[in-house]
Design a protein around this ligand. Sequence first.
Ligand code: NDP
Length: 281
Amino acid sequence: MPGRFADKVAIITGSSNGIGRETALLFAKEGAKVTVTGRNPDRLQASKQALLDAGILESHFLIVPADITTSSGQDELIKQTLEKFGKLNILVNNAGASIKDPQNRTGISQGIEVYEQTIKINVQSVIEMTQKTRPHLAKTKGDIVNVSSIVATKAGWSLLAYYPMAKAALDQYTRSAAIDLIAEGIRVNTVNPGIVRTGFHESEFGWSAEEAKKFYDDMGANRSSIPVGFAGRPEHIAKAVAFLADRDSSEYIIGQNIVVDGGTTMVLGIHANVLNSLNSS
Ligand code: NDP
């Protein structure tokens, strides 16, 4: 299929759902050969069906079930991609999660095992995938895009302590990696999403689909939370990832963050109070 990613091969982690699935679809529609991955077989099947429904040939995508936090899962992902497509041009480190505390502890009381798992999926897996794909990306002068979050920015987060820490660490890792790797022709950048309608908050809080929908609807209806007036959709993030992965569009952008959040980080709690007091007067 012709397009800006024609002749490119991309691994998109966490593409069995949400932002990753949409990114895989967008890349494939624009000509890339894509490796789709995640752990859940039903979700992987849904991503496969979405690609087929979009008219993508089976020869243009690969589905690899893998836990990205394991060394064997990472190795399998890279090995199968190289076997099927022969090279690697783009790595999107999108898999991520806010791990729910099994005892429902919040804030800085969350268990240390929650901390360890949170760091492993959101930071360590990115470090390992970057190290393992480095020689392959150096050969193609490739591009890495990491998916972080607006929770990495300066505001504190009382409900969950470790997920924002992990994403802040990811952002700083991106900067270091960007300096090291551009010397080999590899670019590294980050997208920081705000609130996006995916499976993320269902996993994070153990919500049902209806509870998650209510959350996104309520957040979107409150312009002191999301000034644009609606919760984001996965394609909003996928388009920013594609921009940073496409060298023609973003060659001179190195080690940067693009915030895609409908304006959430533009407003402060103080704004909500001003709005509330105006409404009640
Ligand atoms: P989803 O829960 O919809 O998707 C998460 C993806 O990550 C799934 O494909 C899941 O696959 C995969 N994943 C999680 N853990 C593992 C693991 N151990 N091994 C392999 N794959 C794994 O969430 P989003 O699409 O929203 O999340 C994508 C990224 O966006 C994450 O990094 C998240 O932190 C970030 N983000 C999301 C926001 C939002 O509001 N939605 C806001 C800010 C950032 P599977 O379950 O099949 O293993």
